[in-house]
Design a protein around this ligand. Structure first.
Ligand code: SDX
Length: 431
């Protein structure tokens, strides 16, 4: 029996099937089951992909037990401490930290793609004023392929690269325009003199009739939060982008599918759901009642911002954001924000509760991020939009990695069929 294999014995027939093991540079190795159906006649079955790797990647590594996250091998704690979001974007796209000149060139490219085609203004106006900004973002991003016929050949690496640059550059402009539409204010054009997050803040909060000064505390806080949200291995929205991309769909449609998947409250929509939950809980004396509801299988209420499919330890991003929450709220003068105090108490009580301890449920990245967005004056219906801006770096990087592979194939899972066996049609007069 070859060493790097796993042998599966079919106890129904006694047949032995050897499957090759592929070795990881870090984390679990994998058993390649590509030939399993052909050799055994069985599909493997893993709804929710608890034990299934869908691809190989060089981008992001998570260790759920250790609570570890690395982008291209660099620990998130070091990037959070010393990098910037655009530098992380360059790292994710190109594989290494850029030198000073490379970073300056990258920033110039991104900055010069920040405007939207003027015709898109009519698109925003087509939405009712109370449309959720995520609904607007999904629609607008999906429509971008209608404007960029010059970079629609995904087999052309240059076209792929310009599409990636356009996506990263335009997401803040689309996000801000979605917000402005929802409050009935005019869209603000990008200001290419500003940083990536400074530009976003100005496009969201400036008005034509007044001067606007970017708050450096808010600018830095957003940049750090975007670093933490840039990528996260094969999460639901990234897997959606990869699956959409595997059919050869254009990159804008793929990113729109990622935005749609991110919106769910079990995923990126959790940051908005956390804030709504804290407002509903209202006071620390109500925490026990809500914890009981969270533990009741018959109650759909979950403790939003808690738990994670991979992290069975503290989400390293939550640890960084929690620390930053103190600093940002203090600097912005909200350090006695009752909701922050409530969040701290809720975390403290939950982490001592057997139900959460046994299931290894810890705060995740979404538990505190909304409190910072709120302190920056960002409304809760824009929280997941913020997440989407940052995660676009991961989505386009993962799409570039997948689409650039030589033997890239369409993703097409199978199923365990448990429906009716073959039966004949019955004419309606005999039913
Ligand atoms: C993100 O995948 C990623 O990497 C995502 C993300 C990224 O950066 O892309 O990290 C971003 O999506 C973070 C997660 C944000 N979502 C939430 O905060 C929503 C609340 N969390 C849960 O919905 C849940 O924890 C999930 C969806 C995050 C994880 O779901 P799993 O892995 O399928 O876990 P599970 O539902 O099987 O839970 C295991 C047990 C169950 O109890 P039992 O059936 O064993 O009795 O833990 C319980 C669950 O009921 N449980 C919770 C809970 N989370 C899990 N119970 C109460 N409150 C919770 N939050």
């Amino acid at each position: 029996m070859a060493k790097d294999t796993v042998t599966v014995i079919d106890n129904r027939t006694g047949k032995e099937i050897e499957l090759p093991i592929h070795t990881a540079t870090q984390g679990p190795d994998v058993v390649d089951i590509g030939s399993f159906f052909r050799e055994s006649g069985y599909f493997t079955y893993d709804p929710g992909f608890l034990s299934t790797a869908s691809c190989h990647s060089t981008l992001t590594y998570l260790d759920g037990q250790q609570g570890m996250l690395m982008y291209r091998g660099y620990p998130i704690e070091q990037l959070a401490e010393r990098s910037t979001f655009l530098e992380v974007a360059s790292l994710m796209l190109y594989g290494n930290l850029p030198d000073r000149e490379e970073l300056a060139d990258f920033r110039k490219i991104i900055v010069h793609h920040s405007m939207l085609n003027e015709a898109l203004k009519g698109f925003f106006r087509g939405f009712y004023h109370d449309a959720h900004p995520m609904a607007i973002m999904v629609g607008v991003v999906g429509s971008l392929s209608a404007f960029y016929h010059d970079s629609s050949d995904i087999t052309n690496p240059e076209h792929r690269e310009i599409a990636a640059h356009r996506m990263i550059a335009k997401m803040p402009t689309i996000a801000a325009a979605s917000y402005k539409h929802s409050i009935g204010e005019p869209q603000v054009y990008p200001d290419n003199r500003l940083s990536y997050t400074g530009n976003l803040l100005k496009m969201m909060f400036s008005v034509p009739c007044e001067e606007y000064e970017v708050d450096p505390v808010a600018e830095k806080a957003l940049d750090l939060i975007f670093i933490l949200h840039a990528d996260h291995e094969q999460n639901a929205s990234t897997s959606t982008v990869r699956l959409a991309g595997s059919s050869g769909a254009n990159p804008f449609a793929c990113i729109a599918s990622g935005i749609a998947a991110l919106w769910g409250p079990a995923h990126g929509g959790a940051n908005e759901a956390v804030l709504n939950m804290l407002i509903e809980i209202g006071d620390v004396q109500n925490v026990p009642k809500y914890l009981e509801r969270a533990k009741d299988r018959n109650d759909p209420f979950r403790l939003m911002g808690f738990g994670h499919r991979v992290y069975k330890n503290y989400d390293p991003r939550a640890r960084i954001i929690r620390k930053m929450c103190h600093e940002v709220l203090a600097r912005l003068g909200d350090n006695n924000d009752p909701l922050f105090e409530l969040a701290l108490k809720l975390e403290e009580i939950a982490l001592k509760d057997d139900y959460f301890i046994q299931r290894k449920l810890y705060p995740n990245v979404d538990f505190y991020s909304g409190l910072i967005y709120r302190a920056l004056g960002i409304p809760s219906n824009m929280f997941t939009v913020m997440f989407a801006i940052a995660r676009t770096v991961g989505w386009v990087s993962q799409w570039m990695e997948m689409i650039g592979e030589k033997n890239q194939r369409i993703g097409r899972p199978r199923q365990l069929y448990v429906g009716p066996v073959k039966r004949d049609y019955i004419p309606i007069n005999q039913r």
